[in-house]
Design a protein around this ligand. Structure first.
Ligand code: ZN
Length: 350
């Protein structure tokens, strides 16, 4: 069997090519991918050949936000059947290391994560017509949910994990800095958890308009109207909680300025080193919390999307067939026009 794949050979060197795919073995599932979202990390690999210390050192098939239709199952698989439509969890923790045994599987010491250049050899990803996954990675969806929506389960799971790191949001005032896909989805997660006020900041009006549709009560374009933040900085800060989704130094500064004393900042945006105003962090006794990937939240994300409790459609701003992957990556890098860009595959056309 042959499959097309979208493989990165180095900075801006993206090729769509064919390779062999084996029949699914015991415990494995052959999935015809229908939709795949381009993530910030895919973009960093494409634009810069990596991010921070993580570099692309060999050709890598990108993609980890994927959903498709089961084509065949291997021996012993009874979780899904041919014809089932599934969101595919890109995480394959070992279930045996110290952190897996502690229930912190997102910190698995032997984690294999689709489309990641963290380890060498790199983990190959899901931008391909046909993919072999483990059965436990497949979460079934109902007939009303599109594969495009199901492919948003992965970034939404990241946001649900961040939400659980934040604690109870009910009645809280929340700041979200950065209205990309994660900012928009964390806004939806906060609204779903009963946050009373959600203010979202960004530099782009188009992204902020989508954040409004996802549940923002107020949006602030900090490029056009930085003064609008002044009222949130007053009296040592107004927000109970901030989700920092941009990894931009000015936004980190804003979050620390606008969160109230003993408030909490959940850092979701990822960058290398960033300057942090430690004096203010300490003086206001702010809790600065990191949030990394997800574990059981993947299944929760699929259920919230599949039940219609969360509508992720507004964030999907464009989709391109696999053969136009280069154009898709170019547009995904243009924040004035794109929030989430997806690829479609042979299955979508069939
Ligand atoms: Zn492990």
């Amino acid at each position: 069997m042959k499959t097309r794949v979208c493989r990165l050979y180095g900075q801006r060197e993206l090729r769509v090519e064919e390779m062999d795919v084996a029949a699914p073995g015991p415990g494995e599932v052959l999935v015809a991918i229908g939709a795949g979202g381009i993530c910030g990390s895919d973009l960093h690999y494409f634009q810069d050949g990596g991010f921070g210390p993580i570099r692309v050192r060999e050709p890598i098939i990108l993609g980890h936000e994927i959903a498709g239709t089961v084509q065949a199952v291997g021996e012993g698989v009874d979780r899904v059947f041919p014809g089932d439509r599934v969101a595919v969890n890109p995480s394959r923790p070992c279930n045996d290391c110290r952190f897996c045994r502690e229930g912190l599987r997102q910190h698995c010491l032997n984690m294999r994560f689709f489309g990641s250049a963290l380890r060498f050899p790199h983990e190959q990803g899901g931008f391909r017509d046909l993919l072999v996954a483990q059965d436990f990675q497949c979460e079934r969806i109902g007939p009303r949910t599109s594969l495009a929506e199901a492919a948003v389960a992965e970034p939404f799971a990241v946001c649900l994990h961040a939400r659980s790191r934040a604690g109870d949001l009910s009645g809280k005032s929340v700041l979200v800095t950065g209205a990309g896909p994660i900012g928009a989805l964390v806004t939806a997660a906060a609204a779903h958890a009963g946050a009373a006020e959600i203010v979202v900041t960004d530099l782009q009006d188009a992204a902020l308009a989508i954040a409004s549709r996802m549940g923002a009560t107020t949006t602030v374009n900090v490029a056009a109207n930085p003064d609008l933040l002044d009222r949130y900085k007053a009296e040592k800060g107004q927000f109970d909680l901030a989700f920092e989704c941009s990894a931009a130094a000015p936004a980190v500064h804003t979050a620390i300025e606008c969160v109230r004393p003993q408030g909490t900042i959940v850092q979701l945006g990822v960058a290398g080193d960033l300057p942090v105003p430690v004096n203010m962090l300490v003086g206001k006794e702010i809790n600065l919390i990191g949030s990394h990937r997800f574990d059981a939240e993947f299944g929760e994300a699929v259920r919230l999307i599949d039940s219609g409790a969360i509508d992720v459609k507004p964030i999907i701003t464009a989709s391109y067939p696999l053969e136009d992957a280069l154009a898709a990556f170019e547009i995904a890098g243009d924040r004035s026009r794109a929030v989430k860009v997806q690829l479609t595959f042979a299955e979508t056309a069939a």
